[in-house]
Every structure is written in C-alpha cells, then in structure tokens.
Ligand binder design. Structure first.
Ligand SMILES: NC(=O)c1ccc[n+]([C@@H]2O[C@H](COP(=O)([O-])OP(=O)(O)OC[C@H]3O[C@@H](n4cnc5c(N)ncnc54)[C@H](O)[C@@H]3O)[C@@H](O)[C@H]2O)c1
Length: 339
C-alpha cells in the first residue's frame, strides 16, 4: 500500500465538515463520487493530518465537537489556531472571539506535521490571510489549494512553488454542479448548437455562513466579477451578463438556489428564452472537485509533472491562470488522470 496523501485544512467550516464526512462515508461506497479512482488513487488514499481555524469556539476543540452527528477517523484531531491578517466582522466567529497564532508559529506547526497539501477553506473576504497561508505553505514545503475567491495564484507565486517542486492550485473553487458550472454548460450548449446568447443573468440566494459573509458589498462585487468572467469564456462573442450572490436567506441552510434567465437568437433572429432555477447543497457540491484535484495533483507531483497544475486549476476553479472551456478542461483532466 502506498503512503496516504497527507492534508492539512485551514477553515473548519461547512465545506471542511462535509469533506471529512465524505472521507468516512466513502470507505465503503462509491455512490455519488464523480471519479471513484483518479491517478490510481481512491479516497481511502487521503488522510487529514491537521485542521486550523480562528474561531475561539472551535480552536482547542476536537473535530467531534464540530461534527457531533458523524464519527470519523479524524474525530479526535484537535482544531489548532490559524493565522489572521484581516479585519473580521463579528459574525465570522460564533462567540465573537478570535484565537490565532503568529505566522512563524503557524509555519512551524506545518513543518512539524509535514502535510503534502494545505487546503484553504477559510471565510470569504480573507484576502490577506489567504495570501499568508499560501506563503506559509511555500515556506513549509507543501502544495497549496485555494478554494476561496482571494487572489493567491500569481505568476510569481506559481514560479516559487514550482521551483520547490510544489503545486499551487486556485483560485475560487468551481463546484461540481453549482451555479457557475451549470451556467457555463448551458451557454456552451447553445453555442455549439449555433444559438447566439445575447443577455443573461444568474441570481444566487443561499442560507449558509459563507453566503452571509458574501453580503459585504466589497466581497460580493469581487465574487460577482469572478463568476461573470468565468461564464463569459463559453461564448465566442461578448454578451450582457450578470452573475453573483444576491441574497442571504437563512431558511435555505447549506443550500443555494440559482435563478437563471437567458435570451439568445436563432434563425431569422428568432428569440430563444430560458427562465429556470437550480437548487443544490453548497458544501457537498464542492467536495468531489476538491478530492479529485488533490489526487490528480498527487499523481502529477509524483511524476514531477508540474505543468499539469494548469489543467487541474482549469477543472477545479472559477479563476484559474489558464482559461479553458468547461468541456475542454474536463476532457483534458480526465485524459490526464483517469486511468
Ligand atoms: N461549494 C462551496 O461550498 C464553495 C464553492 C466555492 C468556494 N467556496 C469557498 O470555500 C470557503 C469555505 O466555505 P465554507 O462554506 O466552508 O465557509 P464557512 O463560513 O462555513 O467556514 C469558514 C471557516 O473558516 C474559518 N476562518 C475564517 N478566517 C480564518 C483564518 N484566517 N484562519 C483559519 N480559519 C478561518 C471560520 O471560522 C470558519 O470556521 C469559502 O471561502 C467559500 O467561498 C465554497
């Protein structure tokens, strides 16, 4: 048996909890997995070696306190303090209190634990903290995966990771069948069927903590820009487009509803109009993509094939360094890793 892929997570919120539950559930099942085996690896080849947060109601507690309804192999892991470089709004932490450590202390903790990947799952709007986590991963010698919308993957940073034989993957996770992926798929289908998209919008309403955080205007605008640009890739011509989170509705819990409207033109400028909605569970929608990316990256790293980082990022993120059409990046990803 090969050694397990060692992962550390920063941000013990909804997505991290669902990811840990998934690792437990998929010990004995493959139902619901997009790619049960990837790069020759299954989910049993992944293990979590450390988890960090800054919410003082979580730090110092065992994972079991955070996921009381589910026993996992990681239930006894202690949630350790992470780093905080941003000004936080009070609701980020459940009791309004923060517990964090210095950058050097965090790097030392990573060096001691020696994960192969650091997955950034911290709250939206934590631009500086995300950047620091990327630096810390580089310094400690582990690859970095940025699920947040913070801009971490720059040309310079990528070069630095590559020079150490590490990968940097990001930015802004694109869920398996979330608002953006579905929107891109619809526009791509219209385009290949010769229908010309003219105008479109996607209005997202969600009920989890991350949606609540996204309601801060600056964060909302940044995520809106990333989503809109990601969708624009699919059409050969510019079109009028708006896509982003518009409302927080607590009653939706960890689910999200995306309302779509599209207007396109066909033969003799005839109008094709679409008006529909999509409801999904937010945190589970991200997990296949995260776990696929980690296994693919592990495979590429073991062959020292760092150039594959571009394919993984195009498959897994809304704002990757190399933009590819949605169908093209799934094909490139599966051609490279599905065997
Ligand atoms: N499908 C998806 O759920 C999806 C898709 C795209 C992007 N994302 C992104 O993934 C991230 C995680 O999503 P979530 O729903 O789990 O969020 P969440 O709000 O449930 O959890 C975030 C956690 O990060 C912690 N945190 C905040 N600042 C931190 C810091 N500096 N260091 C360590 N911990 C910190 C918070 O205390 C919280 O426990 C978000 O940035 C989100 O936008 C998620």
């Amino acid at each position: 048996m090969t050694d397990k892929i060692k992962i550390a997570i920063v941000g013990m919120g909804n997505v991290a909890s669902t990811l840990l539950k998934g690792l437990e559930f998929y010990k004995n099942s493959t139902e619901g997995l997009w790619h049960p085996k990837l790069g020759g690896l299954s989910l049993n080849d992944i293990t979590i070696v450390a988890v960090y947060d800054i919410d003082s109601s979580k730090v110092g507690e065992k994972i079991r306190q955070n996921i009381p309804d589910y026993k996992t192999d990681f239930s006894d892991l202690l949630i350790q303090p992470g780093i905080l470089e941003d000004i936080v709004s009070p609701h980020i932490s459940q009791n309004g209190q923060i517990k964090s450590v210095s950058y050097d202390e965090f790097v030392n903790s990573l060096k001691k634990i020696k994960p192969e990947f650091l997955i950034n799952l911290i709250s939206s709007g934590m631009e500086k903290s995300s950047e620091k986590y990327a630096n810390a991963a580089l310094e400690a010698g582990c690859s970095f995966f940025n699920a947040t919308s913070a801009k971490t993957v720059t040309e310079q940073a990528r070069k630095e990771f590559h020079s150490k034989g590490l990968m940097m993957l990001g930015d802004d996770l694109m869920s398996q069948f979330g608002g953006t992926a579905f929107h891109r798929g619809m526009i791509e289908f219209m385009t290949i069927r010769g229908i010309k998209i003219q105008k479109a919008y996607q209005l997202d309403v969600g009920g989890n903590q991350d949606t609540k955080n996204t309601m801060v205007e600056e964060i909302r605008e940044r995520k809106r820009q990333i989503k809109t640009e990601s969708i624009a890739i699919e059409a050969p011509q510019p079109f009028m487009s708006t896509a982003g989170t518009t409302e927080y509705a607590e009653q939706l819990g960890d689910s999200r509803v995306s309302y779509y409207w599209m207007e396109a033109k066909g033969f003799l400028n005839s109008i094709v109009e679409m008006d529909l909605s999509l409801r999904t569970n937010d945190s589970s929608n991200g997990c296949n993509v995260i776990l696929d990316s980690i296994r693919a990256a592990k495979r590429a790293l073991s062959k020292n094939d760092l150039a594959k980082a571009d394919i993984i990022s195009s498959y897994a993120f809304k704002n990757p360094p190399k933009k590819m059409h949605i169908r093209e990046c799934i094909k490139a990803f599966e051609d490279a890793f599905l065997n």
